[in-house]
Design a protein around this ligand. Structure first.
Ligand SMILES: Nc1nc2c(ncn2[C@@H]2O[C@H](COP(=O)(O)OP(=O)(O)OP(=O)(O)O)[C@@H](O)[C@H]2O)c(=O)[nH]1
Ligand SMILES: [Mg+2]
Length: 299
């Protein structure tokens, strides 16, 4: 058991309500199965916060809220931790999830959990109304648990972002990398950006066209990166000193940064429907490969 998981498991024992912070642009891909497992083991209720909803597609967010609110022991709300008014609803939502602790004798103990870079510490600061935790747009800013007493009736613990050992689907890995939950050393920017461009072409082609002043109707993911490099004049230097080949890496970083900063528009990378399709495709593929590897000798 990794030390982060062990510490989370120990803290779960002393927790009444778990706030799981998700990224509203990839709510399922940013759900950590380990948190789900730890929470169910201790039977703790969960407030799922679809955070950064200011960057997400409102229609997709509504669909995800319905999806999560159908789960037992779960209340899901969309929020932007950067908006004080939205954060102010959180304490009463937590209290409603643990009515047995509302007798005024013991404080409600709330633990904020989630994968890296989803906004856990931003939430902690917003609830505390002062800067108690460092924040930053990169994974693993918070290194250890931190507890604060919001009042005699409410304690809050911020935790370091936690990933799980194996991401089963490449799509999830790409979505997590695009959203900076996984660090740069773990992934290749060009591959991630090509995947992101592919999704944006499917779901928000008009945003790409508007941002990069380019007809994208006949492009694929790599075509989008090439078009960005061409339009912006991103070229690798060549021996003659004049512009050489297209600098696809620079185009990739441009697209990723625009997505991260919300400059393209409000986008969500997956919907409950697209997730179901993706899982069905993955199941078919794994059935086929199992059938292919079955030979008379190993049958
Ligand atoms: N647009 C937007 N950005 C947000 C929101 N909440 C947090 N952020 C930004 O997301 C980045 C990560 O925030 P943190 O609070 O450090 O995230 P964390 O989950 O504590 O990250 P780790 O400690 O690394 O696990 C920062 O750049 C925040 O400003 C939000 O609701 N909307
Ligand atoms: Mg943090």
């Amino acid at each position: 058991m990794t030390s982060a998981r062990r510490k989370a498991a120990e803290a779960m024992e002393r927790t009444d309500v778990v706030i799981e912070v998700l990224d509203a642009r990839l709510p399922a891909a940013s759900s950590n199965p380990m948190i789900h497992e730890l929470r169910l083991f201790r039977q703790r209720p969960c407030l799922k916060l679809l955070n950064k909803s200011d960057l997400a597609d409102p229609e997709a967010t509504r669909a995800w809220l319905d999806y999560f609110n159908a789960q037992p022991g779960v209340k899901a709300v969309a929020i932007s931790c950067k908006k004080a008014g939205e954060v102010a609803r959180i304490p009463s939502l937590c209290k409603s999830l643990a009515p047995h602790r509302n007798d005024g004798t013991k404080p409600l103990r709330v633990m904020i959990m989630g994968i890296p870079n989803v906004g856990k510490s931003t939430l902690m600061n917003a609830l505390a109304k002062r800067k108690v935790a460092a924040v930053g747009d990169e994974p693993a800013v918070t290194k250890s648990q931190q507890r604060i007493d919001l009042s005699s009736q409410f304690t809050l613990t911020d935790t370091p972002g936690m990933m799980w050992p194996k991401i089963d689907h490449d799509e999830d890995g790409y979505m997590l990398a695009a959203s900076h939950a996984i660090g740069r050393n773990a992934v290749i920017d060009e591959e991630v950006a090509e995947f992101l461009a592919h999704i944006l072409l499917q779901r928000y082609p008009d945003y790409l066209a508007a941002r990069y002043k380019q007809d994208v109707s006949k492009l694929d993911g790599m075509g989008v990166l090439e078009a960005i490099a061409t339009r912006r004049g991103f070229r690798l230097p060549n021996r003659s000193g004049r512009g050489g080949e297209l600098d696809i890496e620079r185009a990739a970083l441009t697209l990723l940064q625009d997505y991260r900063d919300g400059i393209l528009g409000r986008v969500t990378l997956e919907t409950p429907e697209s997730r179901t399709d993706m899982l069905a495709r993955a199941a078919t593929l794994s059935d086929t490969s199992t059938a292919e590897t079955k030979t008379p000798e190993n049958d």
